[in-house]
Write a protein that binds this ligand. Structure first.
Ligand SMILES: NC(=O)c1ccc[n+]([C@@H]2O[C@H](COP(=O)([O-])OP(=O)(O)OC[C@H]3O[C@@H](n4cnc5c(N)ncnc54)[C@H](OP(=O)(O)O)[C@@H]3O)[C@@H](O)[C@H]2O)c1
Length: 306
């Protein structure tokens, strides 16, 4: 088994080198909803022979007119390419589609970009390993219009060699393509963590807008203040070197001193629409040592710099 995996990995690396040399790679995209369509469109736009399959007919017509090949069945779609990308509504659907295929996926690469839980991702990885399928699990940190854009983050976990072999193809989907590690559940775990951050921030921000709205303060006036607080949230609540990142060692009085300094954005004349002064860095930000693993990962760097 080890030998098979290393042979496959070597073939994949050679394949990756061929892509670098300008050769085209056949790819199949299963699922042509909003996201699947964006993924398939990116591959077609970059000139790769792309086979598409979707449960409902008709959605793929536009891309087929641009050169994609339509497969009538999942089995036909899988047979068309060594690299299979699946993006459907749930993991249950992924399994519904792939379970009946038997060995048809053996020695192929399955990149799952369907949203789910870490446990579902790990179960799919185990399912794939039993069938000699190279598996990567991914999470798309964008909406469909973000696909094929330089700053778009897509996170992957699973076999490192598989990621490396298909890296050039995967990077077509977003310039922020990042490999997180061998645990197949990592990408969905980051997805859940990032989405929970995002939804909490959305909720807090919309609530704040509603609050200031009660005094007829418009968003443009309020946003610079919120922007400053949002930037401070991470630097106040995250400390390197702690497993959970939280700064529990600080006493309440130290916590108070780490709050944004009381140089609040000055209230300006109504006609002065320029944003307030840039945020003052918090005390803890200046104490940080250089980042180390896992904080040194590209996702962490990219999120901190954004
Ligand atoms: N849209 C986003 O902004 C976004 C961002 C990040 C991640 N994602 C993830 O990407 C995945 C797809 O999202 P989407 O926006 O493309 O959703 P969508 O537009 O609702 O498309 C869902 C896809 O799943 C297929 N499907 C659903 N049930 C099926 C079944 N029983 N058998 C076969 N196919 C089935 C649909 O086929 P039909 O066309 O036949 O219905 C369609 O291709 C989701 O897991 C989502 O969380 C989406």
């Amino acid at each position: 088994m080890t030998e098979t995996i290393s042979t496959l990995a070597q073939e994949r690396q050679e394949h990756g080198a061929a892509i670098e040399g300008g050769q085209r790679t056949a790819v199949t995209v299963l699922g042509f909803g909003m996201m699947g369509a964006a993924l398939a469109t990116a591959f077609v736009s970059h000139g790769h022979p792309t086979t598409v399959w979707n449960r409902s007919a008709g959605k793929t017509d536009g891309l087929v007119a641009r050169g994609a090949r339509l497969a009538r069945t999942v089995a036909e779609a899988v047979a068309a390419s060594e690299l299979i990308v699946v993006c459907v509504s749930t993991y249950e659907v992924v399994r519904e589609l792939l379970d009946p295929l038997g060995d048809a996926l053996a020695d192929r690469t399955l990149v799952n970009l369907t949203t789910g839980t870490p446990q579902q991702a790990r179960e799919l990885a185990a399912w794939a390993a039993e069938r000699r399928v190279d598996n990567l699990d991914g999470a798309i940190m964008a909406i469909p219009s973000g696909i094929d854009q330089p700053d778009t983050i897509l996170l992957y976990s699973g076999h490192a060699a598989t990621f490396q072999s298909h890296r050039s193809m995967l990077e077509l989907l977003g310039g922020g393509t990042t490999y997180l590690g061998a645990d197949a559940g990592l990408a969905t775990l980051y997805d859940m963590a990032l989405l929970s951050t995002m939804y909490a921030l959305y909720g807090g921000f919309l609530h704040a807008l509603a609050l200031v709205g009660t005094a007829a303060v418009d968003g443009a006036t309020f946003v610079p203040y919120a922007d400053r607080i949002l930037k401070e949230v991470v630097s106040i609540s995250w400390r390197p070197g702690r497993r959970d990142g939280r700064s529990r060692s600080r006493t309440p009085s130290k916590r108070r001193s780490a709050r944004p300094k009381p140089t609040r954005p000055r209230l300006r004349h109504r006609r002065d629409r320029s944003p307030p002064d840039p945020p003052v860095r918090s005390a803890c930000a200046s104490e940080r040592s250089p980042p180390s693993s896992p904080e040194d990962r590209p996702i962490a760097r990219s999120l901190r710099s954004s």
